[in-house]
Design a protein around this ligand. Structure first.
Ligand code: NI
Length: 225
């Protein structure tokens, strides 16, 4: 897997998640739930409008303050972020150095690189979310994750990154659990992904952790480790 493939895979997570959200939203619209009934006529027009326009609004990410996740769905994603360090610890338990230096699939990152990448990515995610919470429509900074994964620190023992993730995710969870309802629709501009809400970031990174953990557990299963 080349660097470009990895970037594409990351984008695919986003797109798949967004598609799932769109589908859920369409189902909600069909159901005309209580929430929709509470919305003003104007809000409903924005929401349903022409199909194309309605879809576009949602793709742009909650413009007009539309909430796309239920509280329960959001809580599940926060729980996923809370559990990620433990899931990762379980996934890498008792792997030796040779195993850690095995690509999770041909041409892909090694398990060690994946672990360090999770720390890199989630440190960026934490900073991005704090920018969204404290600035008006900030521009988020992309980074070349594949180059980061080939810097010298990606060869260090993984305990350095699992320690980061443990502390980071504890703070991240504390922060997310206390985000005011109104703040989930705060927006940022991502130069590669376009408009994103705080909620979009939550969805992206909950899936991100799960995805990389399953790469490791998938490798272990395939190898019988
Ligand atoms: Ni990733």
């Amino acid at each position: 897997m080349t660097g470009k493939d990895l970037l594409r895979a990351e984008r695919r997570i986003l797109i798949e998640e967004n598609n799932a959200k769109l589908k859920r939203n369409n189902e909600k619209e069909k159901g005309k739930g209580r929430r929709e009934e509470r919305e003003s006529e104007k809000g409903r027009e924005q929401r349903t409008g022409s199909k194309e326009q309605g879809t576009r609004n949602r793709e742009l990410g909650s413009e007009g303050g539309l909430m796309m996740l239920s509280k329960k769905e959001r809580a599940e994603k926060i729980a996923s972020i809370q559990n990620a360090p433990v899931s990762l610890e379980n996934a890498i338990r008792q792997l030796n150095d040779a195993q850690l230096d095995t690509p999770y699939r041909e041409g892909g990152w090694t398990v060690r690189q994946v672990v360090h990448h999770l720390a890199d990515s989630h440190m960026n995610a934490y900073v991005r979310m704090k920018l969204v919470l404290t600035e008006k429509h900030p521009t988020l900074k992309p980074y070349d994750q594949n180059s980061w994964a080939t810097l010298s620190d990606a060869t260090m023992p993984i305990t350095h990154s699992t320690a980061i993730l443990k502390g980071l995710h504890a703070r991240w969870t504390h922060l997310l659990e206390r985000v005011p309802e109104s703040a989930w629709s705060r927006t940022a501009f991502h130069p590669e992904n376009g408009e994103m809400t705080l909620e979009d970031l939550l969805t992206t990174y909950a899936a991100h952790g799960e995805n990389h953990v399953s790469q490791i557990t998938g490798l272990r299963k395939a190898r019988g480790w």
